[in-house]
Design a protein around this ligand. Structure first.
Ligand code: PLP
Length: 373
C-alpha cells in the first residue's frame, strides 16, 4: 500500500488568507464561519467520562472496549434503525482520517477509480489520490450516469457537506443497487445525520445507507462512516466509527491490529458515554437550529439566496445571482464574516459560498447585525 502524497492538490484553505485578514480587521472582530469547527463546550457527561478515565497504563484495543462496542451497536439500532453485531462496528481515530485512509485499507489501487459527489468534502478526493486511484466527481443521485470500468469504491455523503442535501431511501437504494451490479464498495459518510431541519427528515430522521429499506437487509459491500465531532462537540477527541459489512470491517480491523491507529483508551470511554446519551445531542441540535433560523433570515435580508434543497447539516449554501463565489467571500469579509468559497468543494460549487453554523451565539448575533445593517 503506497501512499501517493505527491498527487495531492494545494491545501485549499491556504488561499483564504487575504479574506481572513480583511475580516479580522473589522472593528467588531471576525465572525469565522469558514471551517465548521464546533465551538460549544463538550457536554459535561462526556468531559466527566474522560476525566474518570485518565489512569490507563495499558494499550487500548483496536476493536474498542466491550462497553464501546455495545454502545456503537446500540447507537446504530436506536438512532439509525440499523441492526449490526459487534463484528460489524469499529472505532476510528476521527472520520477525516478514516475517509482519507479507507480506500487504501479496502484495497483500492492505482488502476482503480473512486467516485465521490460532485460537490463534496475534499477528503474523498484526497483518499483516492493517496492510493494512486483516479477520483471522479459524479452526481450521487444519478447512478445511471456513473462511469463504468474499474470503479472500486463510491462515496456518498448524506446529509451533505457543503450543501445539506439529503438522499432519500429511493436514491440511496438506486446508488447501492448500481454499485452492487458493478462490484463497487459503497461508503456513506453520515456525520450530519442528527442535524435535519426540514420535513420529512426532521421528524422521521435522515435515512442511513444501511437502512434495511436500502440494503434489503444485506449489508454486503456497504459501510457507514460516522463521527461524534458535530453531534457531541467532540472534534478535539477524534472519536468516530465505521459500521456495516462484517467482511469489510474485518479487513480494516486486521490492518489496524498490525498498523495501530487504536483510539486512545480514555477517548473510548468518553465515546461510549456520548453514544449512549441522546439528550445532549438534542440540545446541540436545538442550538444549531436556532442559529440557522437567525442566519437564514439575515442572509436573505442581505440579498443572498440559500439553496432550497438544503434541508439538513451544518452549513448554509448561498448564492447571489451573477456573483462569483470568491466575490461573495470578499463581500462578506468586508463585513467581518469569513465563509468558504464553493469551489473548495469542486468546480460544481462555483458561484456559491458555504457558511458554517459553528459560531457562538454572540458571534452569530454579530453576523446577523452586520448582514441586516
Ligand atoms: C462530510 C464530512 N466528513 C467527515 C468530516 C470529518 O469529521 P471528523 O471530525 O470526524 O474528522 C467532516 C468534517 O467537517 C465532514 O464534513
Amino acid at each position: 500500500m503506497a501512499l501517493h502524497g505527491d498527487a495531492l492538490p494545494d491545501f485549499p484553505w491556504d488561499s483564504l488568507g487575504p479574506a481572513r485578514e480583511r475580516a479580522t480587521a473589522h472593528p467588531g472582530g471576525i465572525v469565522d464561519m469558514s471551517v465548521g469547527t464546533p465551538v460549544d463546550p463538550t457536554p459535561a457527561i462526556v468531559q466527566d467520562a474522560l476525566a474518570a478515565a485518565t489512569d490507563r497504563p495499558g494499550y487500548p484495543v483496536t476493536i474498542g472496549t466491550p462497553d464501546l462496542r455495545e454502545a456503537m451497536v446500540a447507537w446504530f439500532a436506536r438512532r439509525r434503525g440499523v441492526t449490526l453485531s459487534t463484528a460489524g462496528v469499529l472505532p476510528t481515530i476521527g472520520s477525516k482520517e478514516a475517509v482519507a485512509l479507507l480506500p487504501a485499507m479496502l484495497g483500492v489501487g492505482s488502476s482503480d477509480v473512486v467516485l465521490h459527489p460532485d460537490v463534496a468534502y475534499p477528503t474523498y478526493d484526497v483518499g483516492a489520490r493517496l492510493t494512486g486511484a483516479r477520483p471522479v466527481a459524479v452526481d450521487p443521485t444519478r447512478p445511471e450516469d456513473w462511469p463504468t470500468g474499474s470503479v472500486r469504491l463510491v462515496w456518498l455523503n448524506s446529509p451533505s457537506n457543503p450543501h445539506g442535501h439529503v438522499m432519500s431511501v429511493e436514491q440511496l437504494r438506486a446508488a447501492v443497487d448500481r454499485a452492487r451490479e458493478r462490484g463497487t464498495i459503497v461508503v456513506s459518510d453520515e456525520c450530519y445525520a442528527e442535524l435535519a431541519w426540514d420535513e420529512p427528515y426532521a421528524s422521521e430522521g435522515v435515512p442511513s445507507v444501511l437502512d434495511p429499506r436500502v440494503t434489503g437487509g444485506d449489508t454486503t459491500g456497504v459501510l457507514v462512516a460516522y463521527s461524534l465531532s458535530k453531534q457531541s462537540s467532540m472534534a478535539g477527541y477524534r472519536a468516530a466509527l465505521i459500521g456495516g459489512d462484517e467482511a469489510l470491517v474485518d479487513r480494516v480491523r486486521e490492518i489496524r491490529k498490525h498498523a495501530g491507529m487504536m483510539l486512545p483508551g480514555p477517548i473510548q470511554d468518553a465515546m461510549a458515554v456520548a453514544l449512549g446519551d441522546d439528550e445532549h445531542v438534542a440540545a446541540q441540535r436545538e442550538r444549531y437550529g436556532r442559529r440557522r433560523e437567525k442566519l437564514l433570515a439575515a442572509v436573505r435580508a442581505a440579498g443572498l439566496e440559500p439553496d432550497p434543497e438544503s434541508v439538513a447539516g451544518l452549513y448554509l449554501w448561498l448564492t447571489r445571482p451573477g456573483a462569483k463565489g470568491r466575490e461573495l467571500v470578499d463581500h462578506l469579509a468586508e463585513r467581518g464574516i469569513l465563509v468558504a468559497p464553493g469551489d473548495f468543494y469542486g468546480p460544481a460549487g462555483e458561484g456559491r459560498v458555504r457558511m458554517a453554523l459553528t459560531a457562538s451565539d454572540e458571534r452569530v448575533d454579530a453576523a446577523v447585525e452586520r448582514l441586516t445593517a
